[in-house]
Design a protein around this ligand. Sequence first.
Ligand SMILES: Nc1ncnc2c1ncn2[C@@H]1O[C@H](COP(=O)(O)OP(=O)(O)OP(=O)(O)O)[C@@H](O)[C@H]1O
Length: 245
Amino acid sequence: MSLRGLVKHFDTRLAVSGVSLDVPAGSFFGLLGPNGAGKTTTLSMAVGLLRPDAGQAELLGYDVWRAPAEAKALVGVLPDGMRMFDRLSGPELLAYHGLLRGMPAATVDQRAVELLDVLEIGNGNRTLVVDYSAGMKKKIGLACALLHAPRLLVLDEPFEAVDPVSGALIRDILQRYVSGGGTVVFSSHVLEVVERLCTHVAIMSDGVVRMQGPLTEIRGDRTLSDVFVQVVGGRVATGSELAWL
Ligand SMILES: Nc1ncnc2c1ncn2[C@@H]1O[C@H](COP(=O)(O)OP(=O)(O)OP(=O)(O)O)[C@@H](O)[C@H]1O
């Protein structure tokens, strides 16, 4: 994934201010930043869900806005906010995704059974996705993103609202995917997960990428948490706040 000078305003607010990112093929790339840094806006522009005011986004050699069909065929996306057709059961949602992508019905069925099983959603689960817990919604969203065996996965907060057991399962699936030659880009607030999984990281704040590169270079001999706090800054408690509490 290659992003060049992406800019996005919402009315007069500048959400993303000229972001350029290079995600090497085969990397496990973590996009970090505090709330409101512009991570979701950047990833949405990168995968063709949100039109940038300026800049380019290239996925596996295809410009996502000039050749959207080619680019999107190779990419699996877990969007933020889970905008999905949630009045379907998990198996129905997967079948719908597969058929929208033009996959043969038999392949969709076979992969859906495996995904529902591995992600512990349950193949016979007739519950509508709208009634799933937040963590289950993440898992079915991930299943939809994986179904067509994409070469690049772009995941917005895949570990948010996920319990530790499901988190470990998702980590394992993503690690296997990268070992098999896939590339993962994901946003997260969970520094321990990023530190454990990622080969590369970028740190954003106020709509700007402050640092990017291989994890070992970014971290040096410090923890990622130290680097993050130093790059992003933060309020230091004086001890006098909330004295009434
Ligand atoms: N649809 C929208 N309309 C107006 N403002 C928006 C919209 N989407 C995002 N913003 C604003 O753009 C900025 C960046 O938001 P964004 O969701 O990209 O940040 P983020 O890094 O993903 O944050 P978080 O970690 O809290 O999810 C924020 O100030 C947010 O309020």
